[in-house]
Design a protein around this ligand. Structure first.
Ligand code: E4P
Length: 224
């Protein structure tokens, strides 16, 4: 299971990269625009924090296959390390994915809402597909069920493409995608925190502290 951070916020990336077992960072044009800063400065700052080995995803804003490929090559060159280009699925995106696959540039086909879209993206050579879980749930769909169907379909057809589930609003959605066998989730810092949080955990930690302090006061193991 890979945990990826879905933000371009530098403070969140610094924090989560230090405290969580992240394998990378995803961005999209909306996430980048929220920062209201120079695009390349954001990419450089993210890379400086995560280092060259963790994967950084940035999305093309081009609309035609040739331009998507051109932008993907530039992003790949200037990203400073392990990189994947995000391309929304449509005809031009599929054509660009086939070309980028031949060039060895990793593609994350994004804005996936059905297993049929995911399968054809994988066939075109996408290394990852990103189904949008919460956006499906919001329209009375079942986002985690779609993720489960994609995982199953890839297994049936022997696809090596990874399922990178995206668009989460709670930890239960993350759990259900992991249980369905998706290989990666991309989540906000808040969702990562929600994944590790539980009131019973807080109570257990408070109990350990109280019992220890009742006998040893402020002494720690280092003081024995
Ligand atoms: C990732 O690929 C998507 O861009 C992102 O997770 C969408 O999340 P949202 O539905 O919260 O905007």
């Amino acid at each position: 299971m890979e945990y990826i951070l879905d933000t371009a916020n530098i403070a969140d990336i610094k924090h989560c990269n230090e405290f969580y077992p992240l394998t990378g960072v995803t961005t999209n044009p909306s996430i980048i625009a929220k920062e209201k800063r120079d695009f390349w400065a954001i990419i450089k700052d993210i890379r400086d924090i995560i280092g060259p080995d963790k994967i950084l995803f940035a999305q093309t804003v081009q609309k035609t296959a040739d331009k998507i490929v051109e932008e993907a090559k530039l992003l790949n060159e200037k990203s400073g390390g392990n990189f994947g280009v995000k391309i929304p699925i449509d005809e031009e995106g599929l054509k660009a994915t086939m070309a980028l696959n031949k060039l060895g540039i990793k593609v994350l086909m994004t804005a996936i809402f059905t297993p049929a879209q995911a399968l054809i993206a994988a066939k075109a050579g996408a290394d990852y597909v990103a189904p949008y879980v919460n956006r499906l749930d919001n329209i009375i769909g079942d986002g985690t069920e779609v993720v489960a169907e994609i995982v199953e379909q890839f297994a049936i057809h022997g696809m090596t493409c990874k399922v990178l589930a995206a668009s989460f609003k709670n930890a239960e959605q993350v759990h259900r995608c992991a249980a369905a066998g998706c290989q990666c989730v991309t989540v906000s810092a808040d969702i990562l925190k929600a994944v590790i949080s539980h009131p019973m955990t807080d109570a257990a930690i408070a109990g350990f502290d109280k019992d220890w302090k009742g006998v040893y006061a402020d002494k720690t193991i280092l003081d024995f």
